[in-house]
Design a binder for this molecule. Structure first.
Ligand SMILES: Cc1cc2nc3c(=O)[nH]c(=O)nc-3n(C[C@H](O)[C@H](O)[C@H](O)COP(=O)(O)OP(=O)(O)OC[C@H]3O[C@@H](n4cnc5c(N)ncnc54)[C@H](O)[C@@H]3O)c2cc1C
Ligand code: FES
Length: 511
């Protein structure tokens, strides 16, 4: 027997009038304890879970595009027909429900399936199985391995990762996890049994020291040789260290890995003082997280405004005031001269106490393996529109890949989580010979004290910035325009507008 719904949303088991759901419209209702999204495309009506499997985004506030829905938070895309997570950052499918049309009404009936839609259990094949080796267990490497199995690849999949931890949610390391508000179980992208069930061999704590292109093998740090038929390079980026006296002292830290984040947590003492060097995304997210732990935070950076080069002056000023309102002290236009135990000295001679120094001064793509193996490099590993390197059968994805972006007509290399995952997914299909072009519009988000700045597109330079809305009310869209064309849109609390801009850019229009 079904219980009456407690929510103010319509109980979809009781049906809604056919005319209440227009073509192209979405509506969120209740089915038992769950919120279900009803979406209409022509005569077809779909019913899938209304909550994004990435971080719970409300899909009803997202965007329906053909028979898919996109999440308003970080742009994940789901199939309305099957619930499959078609595009990262969501990797887990959503439940679907059967829809019945009767007597001019639409009823939602039983759940169709709760099974994760991993298509393939590897099957034995005649002859030796094909082996795909993935170097790097981060965003791109993991997404590629997962997609290889989803696409039915039944050969051997090996991820070699220098990290001791299995693939995890890196963006969270400078946000809720560092602030102490995320439980440990949020961090792994998948539990250990996933790798066993999907026959993904994880070689953790293992560094690839050389790549032998002609011999189709990689050398591991212990001297072991691992052969491959196809290879994905997904080695990511590493934090830049400072070259100045004291930079190697133990309290001077960077943040890239889970171990780094745990080290910062161990050193973050309530009432203590941290100096963050660099007003970058990671530096300032770290500042926000440390403030939540009641650590005193000073930020030292050479620029006049935080993040101005990427977000422009108005958002830069907003980010600064947001941090200042939360107690961060900025020393802008300044660099460090020396670091000593317990304090730092600035270039103007001023001295700041600091029991913890966090460097957030940017990253460098890890391209040494590719370069030493003779692959084409130049500001990253050069790939074509299929993410294939200059050597056939060897692909690259994520922070190291410099790909031809169809929107700008330029080669891009960015450091965005969603881009890395989506490139991993496309590379996986191309490792299987699908010849799929990588055309996704770059997207990133950054979060400070619960305010998320979302950014779609890529604007290295612009003529003007058009602002709609009010930044201090946390309700704004800024369009970065060059020669009359919008290259990028930054938004706060305007998920739909960000999705519409993404769609326009995909269609070659200027949003
Ligand atoms: C703290 C933090 C917060 C972030 N927040 C955001 C955010 O909010 N939004 C956003 O869009 N982006 C964010 N990013 C950026 C995003 O995480 C990266 O763009 C993304 O992780 C890149 O994915 P990748 O697979 O290329 O590299 P990574 O995720 O860095 O993975 C690289 C992997 O390769 C391994 N590796 C490297 N060299 C070798 C080798 N020789 N042998 C074996 N393994 C090797 C590494 O151990 C690692 O496992 C953040 C990054 C950090 C560090
Ligand atoms: S919550 Fe939906 S994409 Fe992140």
């Amino acid at each position: 027997m079904t219980q009456p719904s407690q929510s103010d949303k319509p109980d979809l088991r009781n049906g809604i009038a056919d005319g209440d759901l227009a073509d192209g419209a979405m509506l969120v209702g209740q089915v038992g304890d769950e919120q279900v999204l009803l979406a209409r495309r022509g005569q077809e009506v779909f019913a899938i879970g209304a909550t994004c499997t990435h971080y719970g985004g409300p899909l009803g506030e997202g965007l329906m595009v053909a028979d898919t829905v996109r999440c308003p938070r970080h742009h994940a895309c789901f199939s309305l027909r099957t619930g499959a997570a078609l595009a990262a950052p969501a990797l887990t499918a959503i439940s679907c429900w059967r829809v019945e049309h009767r007597d001019g009404h639409i009823f939602v009936r039983e759940r169709v399936t709760d099974e994760p839609r991993m298509a393939a259990i590897p099957r034995p094949t005649a002859g030796p199985p094909e082996r795909i080796v993935i170097i790097g267990g981060g965003a791109a490497g993991f997404a590629a391995a997962e997609m290889l199995r989803r696409e039915g690849f039944d050969g051997v999949v090996t991820i070699v990762s220098a990290d001791d931890a299995s693939p995890y949610d890196r963006p969270n390391l400078s946000k809720d996890y560092l602030a102490g508000t995320a439980p440990e179980e949020w961090i792994p992208l998948r539990p250990p049994e996933f790798y066993v069930e999907n026959a993904i061999e994880l070689r953790l704590g293992t560094t690839v020291s050389a790549l032998d292109v002609a011999g189709r093998r990689v050398m591991l740090d212990a001297g072991e040789l691992l052969g491959f038929d196809k290879l994905l390079l997904a080695t990511g980026a590493e934090p830049i260290r400072l070259q100045l006296p004291g930079a190697e002292l133990p309290h001077v830290r960077t943040l890239r890995s889970l171990a780094d984040s745990r080290e910062l947590i161990a050193r973050a003492r309530k009432g203590g003082r941290a100096v963050v060097v660099g007003a970058s995304f990671i530096g300032l997210e770290t500042a926000a997280a440390l403030r939540q732990r009641e650590v005193e935070v000073h930020v030292v950076a050479p620029e006049a405004r935080p993040m101005e080069r990427i977000l422009g002056p108005a958002l830069g000023d907003f980010v600064r005031s947001l941090h200042e309102a939360n107690g961060v002290v900025f020393h802008l236009g300044r660099t460090l001269a020396t670091i000593e135990a317990g304090r730092v000295r600035l270039d103007d001679g001023a001295s700041l106490d600091a029991e913890l120094v966090v460097l957030g001064i940017g990253v460098r793509p890890r391209i040494a393996l590719a370069r030493d193996a003779g692959l084409a490099v130049g500001g990253g590993v050069i790939v074509d529109e299929y993410l294939e390197t200059s050597t056939p059968g060897i692909f690259a994805a994520g922070d190291i890949a410099r790909w031809p972006d169809p929107l700008s007509g330029e080669r891009l290399r960015v450091e965005h989580w969603v881009v890395a995952e989506r490139q991993g997914q496309t590379a996986a299909r191309n490792l299987l010979g699908r010849r799929e072009r990588y055309t996704a519009v770059p997207f990133f988000w950054s979060q400070h004290y619960g305010v998320s700045i979302d950014y779609i597109g890529h604007a290295a330079a612009w003529d003007d910035i058009e602002q709609r809305g009010n930044i201090s009310a946390h309700d704004v869209a800024l369009r970065f325009r060059k020669a009359g064309r919008t290259l990028a849109v930054a938004t706060i609390s305007r998920g739909q507008e960000s999705l519409l801009a993404e769609l326009a850019m995909e269609e070659g229009k200027s949003p």
